[in-house]
Design a protein. Structure first.
Lengths: 148, 503
C-alpha cells in the first residue's frame, strides 16, 4: 500500500507544481488587492505541501490505510473504454443503438444459452429507456438513424 | 410569527398533493437505495438532480431530502439481514443486528431499528426547527472575514471527521477547491484556466462532477468487486419486539438521538461517526459489554437512532450557514442553487415556504417511513435479490441520460465518464470523493470571502483574528490541525521512553 500511496503522492506533487506554474501565469495582485492567480497559486502550494507530506509518510511506510488492491481492473478498463466510445458515438449513432451496445458490453452472454437473455435485456433497456426518457419525458436524446 | 404558526404554514406547503407525492416518493426511493448495497444516497441524488429541474424548488428539496433520510432507514435492513451495510452509516448495525437475525430475532432487530429511527428522526426535526432560526439570525451578523473563517473550519472538519485519512481528505478538499477555480473569477469576472475552451468558462458543472464521481464511480467499483448478497435464512417474525426489547432499547435510543443530533450539526460529522460513537458508548455503559457483537439489542438501537438523528440535523449547517456537511447535503445545496435559492442565513426569512415546508415534510416523511417500512420488509428483501449485474447497467443508463439532459450535449456525457474514471481511481487509492465535492461547491464562496476580506482590510491579515467570531472559528480550525500532530507525538513518547530505559 505504501508504494501505491507514494505513487499517488508523486502524481499530486506534480499536479501541485503544475497548478503553481499555471496560476503564476495569471495576475497575482498583492495582499491588499489579490488578483485572479492569488487563490489558485496558494492552493497549488498547499497541494504540493500535502503531497510532499504524503510522500514522506509513504517513504517511511507509515501510511497504510484506505485503498484497495487487486480486483478485476481489466473489466473496469474495458467498461471505461465502452463508456468513452459511447460518449463519442452518441450523436452520430443515436441513443438506442449506442445504449443497446453499451448494455450488451456490461451484460455479455456467458455461453450459448445466455445469448438470447443478454440480447433481450440490452434491447429492453435501450428501447424501454428511450421510450421513457425521449418519448414520455421529452428528453431530446439523439435518435441517430431512427431520426426522421 | 411564532414557531407553531410557521410550522403550520410549512404543513400547508408539505401537505399539497404534489408535495405529499414527492415526499412519499423520496422516502421510498431512499429506502430502496438504502437497501441496495452499492448505490448510495449521493449517487441517487446526483442521478435525480436533472429530474428536479422542472419541479418547484420546495418539491425538489422535499424529494431529495426524503431520499437522504429514507436511505438511513433502508440501510439498516441489509445490515441486519445480509451483514452487508447498505450505507456507511449502518456498518456498525451489522455487528449486533446480523447476530440477532442469525439467532432468529431479525424481527426484533428490524423493529427496534425502525422505531428507534423514527423516534430519533422526529426528535432531531424538533431540534432542527428550534435551533435553525436563531442560528440563522446569528449568522446574519457574519461579514466576509467570519464567512472565510467558517468555510475554512467547515473544510477542516470535513477532513478531520469525514472518516479515513485526514491528510487524504484534505488533499481531496484542495483538489475540489482547485476545480472550483476553473471558470470566471468570482471578483473580476475574467476567465481563468479555460484555455480558450468556451465550455470551461462556466466552470465544471457541479452536477456532472457529482454524477461521475458518485454514479459512474460507484458502478465501476461494484463492477470491479461484485457483491453477492445472501439473505440470512430466517423467519422475519415479531416485528414489534418484546417488552424486554423495548426496555433495553429505550435509553440507548435516547442517547443515540442526542449524540446523533449534536454530531450531525458538525460539517463532516454526520451519520457514520455518530453511529460508531454511540455504539462504543453503549458498550462502555453496559453492565454486560461482552454481549456486544453477539446480538445485543442496544447495539442496534443506539447507532440506528444516532444515524437518523444525524441525517436530519446535518441540514442545520446547510439551512442556516449555507455550508453542506456531507456529499448528499452538498447535492441538495446544488439543487437549491439550480432553482435560484441560496441556502444560508437568509433562507429562513426570505424563503420560509422552502424552510418550513421542508421541516413539515420531514415530520411526514418520518411517519411514512415508519408506517411503510415494517410492512414492506419482505418487499425490500425481494429487492435485494436483483443481481447487481442487471442493476449496474440500469444505473449507468440513468446516469448517462441524466448527464446528456443537463445541456443536451454528448460532451457532458464524456465529462461524466472522465469524472467516473477519476472517482474509481480515487477509491482505489483510498481517497474519498466527498471532500472534493464539498470543497468544489464551497470554493468560489471561500475565494470571494477571502479576497473581499483582504481588500476591505487593505491586506491586513489581522482582520481574521481581531474579530471575535472569526478568531474563535479559526482557533477551532487550528486545533483540528494540531490535534492529529499532538496525538502522533504523544503516541511516540512511551516508545521513546521504553527505548531509553535500561534493560
Amino acid at each position: 500500500m505504501a508504494r501505491r500511496d507514494a505513487a499517488a503522492a508523486a502524481v499530486l506533487l506534480v499536479a501541485g507544481a503544475v497548478v503553481v506554474w499555471q496560476a503564476g501565469q495569471l495576475p497575482f495582485g498583492t495582499v491588499r488587492r489579490p488578483g485572479e492567480g492569488f487563490f489558485p497559486w496558494w492552493l497549488g502550494v498547499v497541494l504540493a505541501g500535502l503531497a510532499v507530506a504524503a510522500l514522506v509518510d509513504a517513504a517511511l511506510g507509515r501510511r497504510r490505510e484506505g485503498g484497495e488492491a487487486g480486483g478485476r481492473v481489466g473489466r473496469v478498463g474495458a467498461l471505461l473504454l465502452a463508456l468513452g466510445a459511447y460518449a463519442l458515438a452518441l450523436e452520430p449513432l443515436g441513443y438506442p443503438i449506442c445504449t443497446f451496445l453499451l448494455v450488451l458490453c456490461t451484460v455479455p452472454p456467458r455461453d450459448r444459452s445466455t445469448i438470447l437473455p443478454s440480447l433481450a435485456f440490452a434491447l429492453a433497456t435501450a428501447g424501454g429507456s428511450y421510450l421513457v426518457f425521449a418519448v414520455w419525458l421529452s428528453v431530446p436524446l439523439p435518435a441517430g438513424p431512427f431520426a426522421r | 410569527m411564532d414557531i407553531l404558526s410557521l410550522l403550520g404554514s410549512g404543513f400547508a406547503v408539505a401537505l399539497t398533493p404534489t408535495n405529499v407525492v414527492y415526499g412519499l416518493l423520496g422516502a421510498l426511493i431512499g429506502t430502496a437505495i438504502g437497501v441496495l448495497p452499492g448505490l448510495g444516497p449521493p449517487a441517487t441524488i446526483a442521478l435525480l438532480l436533472p429530474v428536479t429541474y422542472g419541479m418547484p424548488p420546495t418539491s425538489a428539496v422535499i424529494l431529495l431530502a426524503g431520499i437522504f433520510y429514507g436511505a438511513m432507514y433502508g440501510g439498516s435492513t441489509t445490515s441486519i439481514l445480509l451483514n452487508i451495510p447498505g450505507e456507511a452509516a449502518t456498518v456498525v448495525t451489522c455487528l449486533d443486528g446480523y447476530e440477532m437475525a442469525r439467532r432468529g430475532r431479525a424481527g426484533a432487530a428490524l423493529a427496534v431499528s425502525a422505531i428507534g429511527s423514527f423516534v430519533a428522526g422526529t426528535l432531531s426535526i424538533v431540534g432542527l426547527m428550534l435551533l435553525a432560526p436563531p442560528l440563522a439570525a446569528f449568522a446574519l451578523k457574519f461579514g466576509a472575514p467570519e464567512n472565510t473563517a467558517l468555510l475554512v473550519l467547515g473544510l477542516m472538519m470535513v477532513g478531520y471527521l469525514g472518516g479515513g485519512s485526514t491528510a487524504k481528505a484534505l488533499i481531496m478538499a484542495v483538489v475540489g477547491l482547485l476545480l472550483g477555480t476553473v471558470g470566471l473569477d468570482p471578483i473580476m469576472g475574467t476567465p481563468r484556466f479555460t484555455y480558450g475552451v468556451f465550455k470551461l468558462s462556466e466552470g465544471f458543472q457541479f452536477i456532472l462532477v457529482a454524477m461521475g464521481l458518485f454514479g459512474i464511480g460507484e458502478v465501476l467499483v461494484n463492477y470491479e468487486r461484485p457483491v453477492a448478497p445472501e439473505v440470512v435464512r430466517t423467519r422475519i417474525a415479531g416485528l414489534l419486539g418484546t417488552r424486554e426489547d423495548w426496555r433495553a432499547a429505550r435509553a440507548p435510543v435516547a442517547r443515540g438521538s442526542l449524540i446523533g443530533f449534536l454530531i450531525g450539526v458538525l460539517p463532516g460529522g454526520g451519520a457514520t461517526i455518530s453511529s460508531f460513537l454511540t455504539y462504543a458508548l453503549e458498550k462502555r455503559l453496559s453492565r454486560h459489554p461482552e454481549r456486544f457483537g453477539h446480538g445485543a439489542i442496544e447495539g442496534v438501537a443506539a447507532p440506528e437512532a444516532a444515524n437518523n438523528a444525524a441525517a436530519t440535523s446535518s441540514f442545520i449547517p446547510l439551512l442556516t450557514l449555507g455550508i453542506p456537511g456531507n456529499a448528499s447535503i452538498a447535492l441538495i445545496f446544488a439543487a437549491l442553487l439550480i432553482h435560484g435559492i441560496r441556502p444560508g442565513p437568509l433562507l429562513v426569512t426570505e424563503q420560509p415556504q422552502v424552510f418550513w415546508g421542508l421541516i413539515a415534510s420531514m415530520y411526514l416523511g418520518n411517519a411514512v417511513l415508519l408506517v411503510l417500512n415494517l410492512p414492506l420488509i419482505r418487499l425490500w428483501v425481494k429487492l435485494l435479490q436483483v443481481p447487481y449485474r442487471l442493476l449496474g447497467p440500469l444505473i449507468l443508463v440513468f446516469v448517462l441520460v441524466g448527464a446528456y439532459s443537463v445541456n443536451n450535449s454528448a460532451t457532458d456525457v464524456g465529462i461524466v465518464v472522465v469524472f467516473g474514471a477519476l472517482g474509481w481511481l480515487m477509491r482505489r487509492f483510498g481517497f474519498e470523493p466527498a471532500p472534493l465535492v464539498l470543497a468544489m461547491i464551497l470554493g468560489p464562496q471561500l475565494e470571494a470571502s477571502l479576497r473581499r476580506s483582504l481588500i476591505y482590510s487593505h491586506g491586513d491579515l489581522g482582520v481574521f483574528v481581531e474579530r471575535p467570531i472569526s478568531a474563535a472559528l479559526l482557533a477551532v480550525a487550528g486545533l483540528l490541525v494540531l490535534l492529529p500532530l499532538a496525538r502522533a507525538l504523544l503516541a511516540r513518547r512511551p516508545r521513546g521512553r521504553l527505548a531509553d530505559s535500561p534493560s
